[in-house]
Write a protein that binds this ligand. Structure first.
Ligand code: GLN
Length: 235
């Protein structure tokens, strides 16, 4: 990949941002997750080869793509107008809402966004969770900007939640539920955003986008998509 023209013989370099279980995370040093398996299944349906994965912080992925350091983003990335101005997305492959995660000791039990007012909270830089905090809490005057803490990675945000430096984390619900199953934190409530994840590609790589959409359709029809959702989400 990354040589400009993406012909059939040129391997595509996929990029992701680990620390977002069950979509992409490290297990014994190995990069695993739903996005990793789904990407591999989709590419197996195309004529494109897949190169080794490159990893970045989530908020560097779009720049890595437009700078040709990677050719493809698989990072539970929500399709939205802002990003659509810079890159192209595949057809949607997963739906999610935001969740508000708190410590599970009962010290703070918010039931709606407004309850976060006056509390230090966090999210990962460049995410739609951060966007909810900006538009629904900071811009409305319900939360002081100084109460918002931006992290390079959600793992760091949840660690700060556990040690009491912040009182809540706004994060995609499937990932919030996974943290809740592994750490002393819980999902206090869900904030419905109706987000849809898509794979990201450069706008000029139309042939790749077409092939990926065809591959995704084939993976859904052939049953592999269902197998991967039961494997990674148990449903
Ligand atoms: N879906 C969210 C977004 O696109 C979070 C993605 C992530 O943190 N990997 O902003």
């Amino acid at each position: 990949g990354c040589s400009g023209f993406l012909g059939g013989s040129d391997a595509i370099v996929p990029g992701t941002a680990p620390g977002f279980q069950p979509f992409e995370f490290r297990e014994g040093g190995e990069l695993v997750g739903f996005d990793i398996d789904l990407t591999e299944a989709v590419f197996a349906e195309t004529d494109y080869e897949l190169a080794e994965w490159e990893t970045f912080e989530f908020d560097s992925l779009i720049q890595a793509l437009t700078n040709d350091r990677i050719d493809f983003i698989a990072a539970a990335m929500t399709i939205n107008d802002d990003r659509d101005e810079t890159i192209d997305f595949s057809d949607p492959y997963y739906s999610a809402n935001q969740s508000v995660v708190v410590r599970d000791d009962g010290s703070f039990s918010p039931s709606e966004l407004g309850d976060l007012s006056g509390h230090p909270i966090g999210a990962q830089s460049g995410t739609t969770g951060e966007g909810v905090i900006q538009t629904e809490l900071i811009e409305t005057g319900e939360l002081e900007e100084s109460n918002y803490n931006s992290y390079d990675n959600y793992v760091l945000a949840v660690e700060d939640l556990q040690n009491g430096n912040i009182d809540a984390v706004v994060i995609d619900e499937p990932v919030g539920e996974t943290f809740a199953s592994q750490r002393p934190v819980e999902v206090a409530f869900v904030y419905e955003t109706g987000e849809q994840y898509g794979f990201g590609m450069r706008t000029e790589d139309d042939d790749l986008t077409t092939a990926v959409n065809e591959g995704l359709a084939a993976v859904r029809q052939g049953g592999t998509y269902g197998e991967l959702t039961s494997e990674w989400f148990g449903n």
